[in-house]
Design a protein around this ligand. Structure first.
Ligand code: NAD
Ligand code: UFG
Length: 340
């Protein structure tokens, strides 16, 4: 059985991945500073799986605290989700984002190196592709740091460089850079899901809070893009498909591949209007909306070529847009106030 340390495991994608790891027979330890999550998510994962999760409330910026976790764990693999992720906040607080996301990762790598842990899966993002020159995006598409549209995205691309340089210096390291497209939805149980604090930044959490009556109407950020209906197009991926991708990435690293990079998306783009229609169907609720100006930094369209992950991991996203909306709605309607 492989022992996996999951940073940021109490968060949205982390908690779903913990569930899939436990179901696949891995033993897991979570470190999280709970800055954007609660331990309740992990308690529910334990309820769903009937398995224990070792938890340490530690900040990645606390190098000594992190070292103590590694001393207790004897881990073989680390999955690194812990990061701040709000694009707008990163523009206002760039230093906080670089410190948390970049320095936090460097601390993690130093602890791994000290304790002889060689395998790392990193949460990267399609945001590293900046403004796409052509679609779909493959792993070979350009990633130019000055074209990434915000400090959050740049922190992700900087970490990719940090990890590649580290692996070049220490070739026994194995690193998977997973570039997620737009994770949405929730576990089919309706017990775990996305619980944004404050006003949601992302489309699906906003739409579901309108559907449940917590918010009055959705602002659609632009209807004059060069897309089929003028609204922004994205590659939405069910969070459980994404979680399964991590289990397969952990297995891949045991083949000692060095650095591998995979897009995790469905390959299909949906517009904001298509998402509204799908969510109305899933929830049986009306989603009032208003057309607003474009949001700064937004791109017209973004979707993946996920064929490399299929070839090399044996991974495909199996859950379609309807399932994403039905599962997201089940979570939202069963937990209108999230975990609180
Ligand atoms: P999340 O905020 O729900 O989870 C991140 C977790 O990390 C939280 O539990 C938070 O408390 C923890 N954390 C943050 N900084 C920490 C620190 N310094 N020390 C310890 N714990 C810390 O976010 P998520 O949506 O689950 O995202 C997980 C990862 O995936 C992030 O790295 C994010 O950048 C990346 N990602 C997310 C999306 C998305 O749309 N959700 C898209 C692409 C990439
Ligand atoms: N949108 C609206 N109204 C809203 C929110 C979003 O119209 O209230 C639109 C956006 O303009 C965009 C689409 O819905 O066209 C999707 O927006 P999201 O904010 O949900 O997602 P983004 O693609 O902008 O960004 C997300 C994450 C980033 C990540 C990126 C790529 O927020 O962190 O996906 O993975 F980098």
């Amino acid at each position: 059985m492989r022992r996996v340390l999951v940073t940021g495991g109490a968060g949205y994608i982390g908690s779903h991945t913990c569930l899939e790891l436990l179901n696949a027979g891995f033993e897991i330890t979570v470190v999280d500073n709970l800055s954007n999550s609660t331990q309740e998510s992990l308690q529910r994962v334990s309820t769903l799986t009937g398995k224990e999760i070792a938890f340490f409330e530690v900040d990645l910026l606390d190098a000594r605290g992190l070292d103590a976790v590694f001393s207790k764990g004897n881990f073989e693999t680390v999955i690194h989700f812990a990061a701040l992720k709000a694009v707008g906040e990163s523009v206002a607080q760039p230093l906080q984002y670089y410190q948390n996301n970049v320095t936090g990762t460097v601390n993690l790598c130093q602890a791994m190196q000290k304790h002889g842990v060689t395998d790392l899966v990193f949460s990267s993002s399609a945001t590293v592709y900046g403004i796409p020159k052509s679609l779909p995006l493959t792993e070979q598409s350009e990633t130019l740091i000055h074209e990434v549209t915000n400090p959050y995205g740049r922190s992700k691309l900087m970490v990719e460089f940090v990890l590649k340089d580290w692996q070049t210096a220490f070739p026994s390291m194995n690193i998977a850079l997973l570039r997620y497209f737009n994770p949405v939805g929730a576990h089919v149980s309706g017990l775990i899901g996305e619980d944004p604090s404050g006003l949601p930044n992302n489309l699906l959490p906003y739409v579901s809070q309108v559907a449940v009556g917590k918010l009055e109407k959705l602002g659609v950020f632009g209807d004059d893009y060069e897309t089929s209906d003028g609204t922004g197009v994205r590659d939405y991926i069910h969070v459980v498909d994404l979680a399964v991708g991590h289990v397969l990435a952990v297995k891949k690293l045991s083949e000692n591949p060095g650095v591998v990079i995979y897009n995790l998306g469905t390959g299909i783009g949906y517009s904001v209007f298509q998402i509204i229609a799908a969510f109305e169907e899933a929830s049986g609720r009306n989603i009032p909306f208003e057309i607003m100006p474009r949001r700064a930094g937004d791109i017209a369209a973004c979707f993946a070529d996920p064929s490399l992950a299929k070839r090399e991991l044996g991974w495909t996203a199996n859950r379609g847009i309807q399932e994403m909306c039905v599962d997201g709605w089940r979570w939202q309607s069963n937990n209108p106030n999230g975990y609180s």
